[in-house]
Design a protein. Structure first.
Length: 366
């Protein structure tokens, strides 16, 4: 398995979390996995009897060399890649007669042109494409013009041993300057335009009229600094500086605590290939409001285990948040249904089992 991201413990990213947890779950099932990823230096880390991590410093240059060495040492018959930058491994593996699986985590950037061409070539050379949702599957089929039966859906999972219902630690709020609150609206996601944080900010004046001691917090790295600056400027214009916080990535334990302390979780993204943060919040038993776009309706059943709102419905977003704030019994009912859904449909063990079935069909004699 090849991923151009660092280990989640070093730098958590969506693709890195998915690739690592799939590899780990399969190793728990007795599948031998050699995992090639970015790292500060070339290293080999043994996690258990079936899972070995191989870090490379210059990933785009060296990933194929690492894969070649692993194939030579282990006789590995299948290579599973998670990004276009791993195309050298795709090409080498096909030359060596190996089965290749490519994981599609959503629409990667179309520019520079080189990446687009590599992505198309990788899709064409692959024996199977794994999509993280039905929405992503449809986009892969349409964009890359491949047969639908070449693309299979394997939903991402959640580590329900980590993301679970726990007693909120008030000291965590104090640590991040969020003490003395009477309500917390939380979104978890990188600060970039498609994540839509400005939509929540625009709804806050009406919400704060009824909940003046409430705060809105976004946890996530500011990938788009100009967008973050515009958000902060709009917050100032609306006089909301005391009620809005942007927090960079936090330790996983703190994140779980903050999620559990949230009154309402909101995912205002207008493009979400899966929605990993949404599933993690649901696993913690929190009510989630999200837009009815991309893959989010595949995770949330409106009114049952979450609330879905049309992206253009600003009033609907505001009213949905207010309804959950004002009706604790509704919040509890939706949160409990959300927790049960994740536990029964979106776990890494389930994803790994499905992926193993795909491998077995590709390698009938394994």
């Amino acid at each position: 398995m090849v991923a151009d991201k660092q280990l989640p413990r070093d730098r958590p990213t969506g693709i890195g979390i998915v690739a690592y947890n799939l590899a780990l779950a399969m190793s728990r099932h007795g599948v031998a996995v050699d995992y090639v990823c970015k790292g500060p230096s070339k290293d080999e880390i043994r996690i258990n009897d079936y899972f070995t991590i191989h870090t490379v410093n210059h990933f785009s240059r060296d990933n194929a060399f690492a894969v070649r060495q692993i194939i030579k040492q282990t006789g590995c018959r299948l290579v599973h890649v998670h990004s276009s930058s791993a195309f050298p491994s795709v090409f080498l593996s096909k030359l060596l007669g190996r089965i290749v699986v490519t994981h599609s985590h959503g629409a990667e950037p179309l520019h520079p042109l080189r990446l687009a061409l590599l992505r198309q070539a990788g899709v064409e050379l692959s024996d199977k494409i794994i999509a993280v949702s039905k929405d992503t599957q449809s986009k892969v089929v349409r964009t890359h013009r491949v047969p639908r039966d070449k693309v299979e859906v394997v939903y991402n999972g959640v580590d329900t041993g980590v993301f679970r219902v726990v007693s909120g630690n008030e000291e965590t709020l104090i640590k991040y300057g969020l003490g003395n609150l009477k309500g917390l609206i939380l979104s978890v996601g990188a600060v970039q335009r498609r994540k839509g944080q400005w939509r929540i900010i625009e709804s806050l004046p009406a919400i704060l009229k009824k909940w003046p001691r409430l705060a809105y917090v976004n946890v996530g790295t500011a990938y788009d600094s100009s967008y973050r600056d515009k958000l902060i400027e709009r917050v100032r214009e609306l006089g909301l500086s005391q009620a809005v916080r942007f927090i960079e990535a936090v330790p996983q334990g703190d994140l779980v605590s903050i999620v559990n302390l949230a009154t309402v979780c909101v995912q205002p993204s207008v493009l979400e290939p899966f929605g990993l943060a949404v599933a993690e919040e649901m696993a913690c038993g929190r009510p989630v409001v999200a837009f009815d776009v991309s893959a989010l309706p595949e995770i949330i059943e409106n009114g049952v285990d979450g609330i879905l709102v049309a992206p253009e419905d600003a009033r609907g977003l505001t009213n949905s948040i207010l309804n959950l704030l004002e009706d604790p019994s509704l919040s509890r009912r939706i949160g409990e249904a959300a927790r049960q859904k994740v536990a029964t449909r979106f776990t890494w063990d389930m994803a790994a089992t499905q992926l193993e079935g795909i491998y077995e069909r590709l390698l009938p004699n394994c």
